[in-house]
Ligand binder design. Structure first.
Ligand code: FNR
Length: 182
């Protein structure tokens, strides 16, 4: 049976390249994995006051969805050489209440996606810092810095062969490593 894997996309815009990449990953993932894009755009900015007695419904929905998944793949742009706030906020929401983090031991991977040449390296590595603290074993190789993404889709919106091969290598490595850790 395929294992549910949460996919968090760090851009909220409709025509997001990161969202397009996440959808390709879901299509080309091996049958051992079922990739599910989990919504994070509706999560109120994390605030311990509103989380105290009756947490916002969006927090509860999000925590339950992550808890039901066996792993997490982050597909993220780089904002100002770091992680977009929407991803960091989702991480913070999932890490609370204290002692009940939904992230602990979840097998993770990161792919950063950018039209720029550096491929979101800064976001990719800043994100890794949080995942160390959250005790999420994170795929190390292949590192996935997807630069020049504007050239990765043709005029019909289909991914070009070379870029698909890059994504296939990434998702297959994650699947193999996920299997090994399970
Ligand atoms: C960016 N962008 C960007 N790109 C990059 O490679 N390094 C960076 O530090 C930044 N910084 C940055 C800050 C902010 C606030 C925005 C809105 C954008 C450009 C970014 O990579 C580009 O807009 C991508 O297309 C965003 O990803 P989506 O929305 O296409 O998935």
């Amino acid at each position: 049976m395929s294992k549910p894997i949460a996919v968090l996309v760090g851009s909220l815009r409709k025509e997001s390249y990161n969202l397009k990449v996440a959808k390709v990953l879901a299509q080309i993932a091996p049958s051992s994995l079922e990739l599910k894009i989990i919504q994070i755009g509706d999560l109120p900015l994390y605030n311990e006051d509103i989380d105290a007695d009756t947490p916002p419904a969006a927090y509860t929905r999000f925590r339950n969805e992550i808890a039901a998944c066996k792993g997490v793949i982050f597909v993220t742009p780089e904002y100002n050489r770091s992680v977009p706030a929407v991803i960091k906020n989702a991480i913070d929401v999932g890490s609370r209440p204290y002692g009940k983090s939904v992230w602990s031991k979840k097998t993770a991977a990161i792919i950063s996606v950018s039209p720029g040449a550096i491929g979101g390296f800064g976001a990719n590595h800043h994100l890794r810092q949080s995942l160390v603290f959250l005790d999420m074993p994170t795929l190390q190789q292949p590192e996935a810095y997807f630069g020049g993404v504007a050239n990765a889709f043709d005029e019909k919106g289909h991914i070009v062969e070379k870029s698909q091969a890059f994504l296939k290598q990434f998702i297959d490595a994650y699947a193999a490593w996920f299997e090994k850790l399970s």
